[in-house]
Write a new protein. Structure first.
Length: 67
């Protein structure tokens, strides 16, 4: 019996166009997309991803997450 392990991918990107392109590139994966640091942290707490693609150019988070 082959058990398929679904790979969870978290994309942290604030540009909707890039979000769409990345979703298309990783079709077939279980994808969560967040547009800011606070949402990404909440998503990681809900479900630990196998891979995180992080936009290093996100604006500073006024909620306290810093560089």
């Amino acid at each position: 019996m082959n058990k398929k392990v679904e790979k969870h991918l978290l994309i942290v990107e604030d540009d909707p166009g890039l979000q769409s392109q990345l979703r298309w590139c990783f079709d077939g994966y279980d994808i969560a997309i967040c547009g800011n640091q606070q949402d990404a942290i909440a998503q990681v707490r809900r479900q630990l991803p196998h891979v995180v693609l992080l936009d290093l150019g996100l604006p500073p988070d006024p909620g306290g997450v810093s560089e």
